[in-house]
Each structure stands twice: as C-alpha cells, then as structure tokens.
Write a protein that binds this ligand. Structure first.
Ligand code: SF4
Length: 331
C-alpha cells in the first residue's frame, strides 16, 4: 500500500544501456518510489534528446536497451506507466500552450541553458531554449504531484511551478498542478578514470548489463590511489574509487577488510579489484538474467512501451481537454 497519494513523474533521455551511475543515481530510486506513491510515470524522453543529439540513427536502439535495463531492474509496468515521450503527442500541444505564459528572459537566464550554449555553441537551437517548457509540459500533463530531482535540476522544477502559477492565473483556473520537488541525494558515481562522473560519452562507465568478463575487464582498468605505486606501498582507500564502489557492492566485512588491509599494504590492488568485480557481478546476476529473458521475447519491450503510452495518453487527453476549456479555445 502506497504511503503517499498522487503521481510521481520522472523522465530520462534514451542513452542506451545503463551504467552504474544511472543505476545508483536514478533507477534504484525509481524502483523504490513505486512502493511509496500511488502511481509512478516514467518516461523515456526522446524528444528532449533531439535538443542535443545531432544524429538519430541510434535513438530506437537506445530506447529499447534502456527500457530493457529499467524493466530488468524492477521498474514494474503493472504498477508504473513506462512509455516513450513522443508516443503521447499531447505533450507537444501542452508545451505550446505553456510557452505563451513563459517569459523569454526566464529561459535565457537558466544556468542549464547557459551551460548548454557553452557545450554546443554550434547548435543553439530553439528546442534547447524551450527545453524547460517541454519539461514542465511533461510533468503537468500527467498532473504529477512529485518529481524526484537532483539538486542541479531544482531550478527546472521551480520554473515549472512558476509556469503553473502563471498559467492558472492567466486563465483563472486550477487545472494544472504545482509539483513538489523530492530532492534526492543522488550519489555521484565516479567513472573508472577515477576523476569524472561516470558517463558513456567519457567512456569511463561500467554497464549494468555487461557480461561478467566485461565487468571484470572494466574494473581492472580502474584508477586507484595514485600514490600507491608498488604493491608494498600502503594505500589510502579514502581517495580510491574502487573502495567507494566496495562500499556499495561489498559486504561490511569486506569493506572493513579492504579499509584495513589497503592501509598496511596487506592487499594488492589487483586482488582488491577482483573482489569488487566478483561482487558487482553477483549483485547484477539476477538483473542480467531477467534482461536476457525479456530481450529474448519478441516484441516484449515494444508491447510494454505501447501499453504504457496508451495509459499515459488517456491521462494526457483529459488534461489537454481541461486546458483547452480553461483557455477558451473554440470547441
Ligand atoms: S587496495 Fe583497493 S582500495 Fe586500496 S588503493 Fe588498491 S584498489 Fe584502492
């Protein structure tokens, strides 16, 4: 029985096979929220992806791969609505209506927009600027009461709340709901380079659905305490990313052992990594087995995404009808 009433909404871009950072930072939380809220709406936001990707040839493949990881991780299509953003075109309609109450200056002032302009000066498109409006449409279309976000996304939710107030005030209605932020302390997972946040584009990631061999290979490449040059040098686990991951995937006993033995050169980095790889593989074994089973069933993922879209469209159609009525558009 859910503790909290109402709907949760969250979306993620179709980035293909998910890595440890995606899993620990988002997917685990998505699974847990299913127990806490009445209904969760999880959307693969392919339209958002168009604001930054310049080639779309992998979009379908990446959507399927990501959905497979989501489902295998325990995001449950019986309890949650799992679907693809572009399968519910009403979101584009609501985006347009919301854009009429969006001051331009607000969009150009958002730190995320400025950051994107710095990252892709050759491709500053309108979609990039309107991205937060589309995000507001995603959330409000499903009348979500809560949106799980990291601290960096907080300005976008605040922006959504302002848009809702503006819209409701302009059209003298209460049709749109102001969502609450559920600020979650997403752990920042560092990549195998030991420096940057884990990310596919930096190729410093470990995929959750990798084979045991691939996982071990990636773990063995991990950068450790740079001051520990020889096996006989004592190390400092506090500056080592291998140790950070042990804290997630290993037993308390093993974590304590690594912490102690590393400091007195009682364990070498190779053995320490082998232990971590073994534990990561054990942790994900059930997920990987489920994934293989889902993947082998013809049309399984597509059917789930299409059923999810049908449920999402039902809610969306209702909201759009109310929105048009509130605006006073001709019948
Ligand atoms: S023994 Fe383990 S924790 Fe210590 S530096 Fe090597 S990999 Fe890192």
């Amino acid at each position: 029985m859910a503790e909290k009433s109402g709907r949760v909404f969250s979306g993620a871009r179709p980035t293909g096979r998910q890595h440890l950072g995606n899993y620990l930072g988002a997917i685990k939380n998505y699974v847990a929220l299913q127990e806490q809220y009445e209904e969760c709406v999880y959307c693969i936001v392919d339209i958002h992806a168009l604001t930054t990707v310049e080639t779309t040839q992998n979009l379908r493949h990446n959507t399927r791969e990501m959905a497979l990881d989501w489902l295998a991780a325990g995001m449950d299509p019986q309890r949650s609505i799992i679907f693809v953003q572009s399968h519910v075109p009403q979101v584009v309609e609501l985006h347009t209506f919301l854009s009429m109450v969006t001051p331009m200056g607000k969009l150009t002032d958002l730190p995320t927009f400025k950051e994107r302009v710095r990252q892709q000066p050759h491709n500053v498109n309108y979609g990039l600027l309107g991205y937060p409006v589309l995000m507001a449409a995603d959330i409000t279309l499903y009348k979500a009461v809560a949106v799980p976000v990291g601290v960096d996304q907080a300005p976008h939710i605040e922006f959504t709340r302002e848009l809702v107030r503006s819209f409701n005030y302009r059209y003298d209605t209460d049709v749109l709901i102001e969502p609450q932020m559920v600020v979650t302390e997403f752990p920042k997972v560092i990549g195998i380079d030991g420096q940057n946040k884990m990310s596919k584009s930096l190729d410093n990631h470990i995929e959750i659905s990798a084979t045991p061999g691939e996982t071990t290979e990636r773990v063995m490449q991990m950068v450790t305490d740079p001051a520990r040059v020889r096996r006989s040098d004592p190390g400092n686990p506090d500056v080592c990313n291998v140790y950070s991951l042990h804290k997630v995937f290993s037993s308390q006993e093993e974590v304590d052992m690594v912490n102690m033995e590393c400091r007195r050169a009682g364990i070498g980095c190779v053995d320490c990594k082998k232990l971590l790889a073994k534990n990561i593989n054990e942790y994900f074994a059930p997920l990987r087995a489920r994934r293989a089973e889902f993947s082998s069933k013809d049309g399984y993922v597509n059917d789930i995404l299409h059923e999810g879209a049908a449920r999402a469209r039902k809610i969306a159609e209702g909201t759009i009808a109310e929105v048009k009525e509130a605006i006073g558009l001709p019948e």
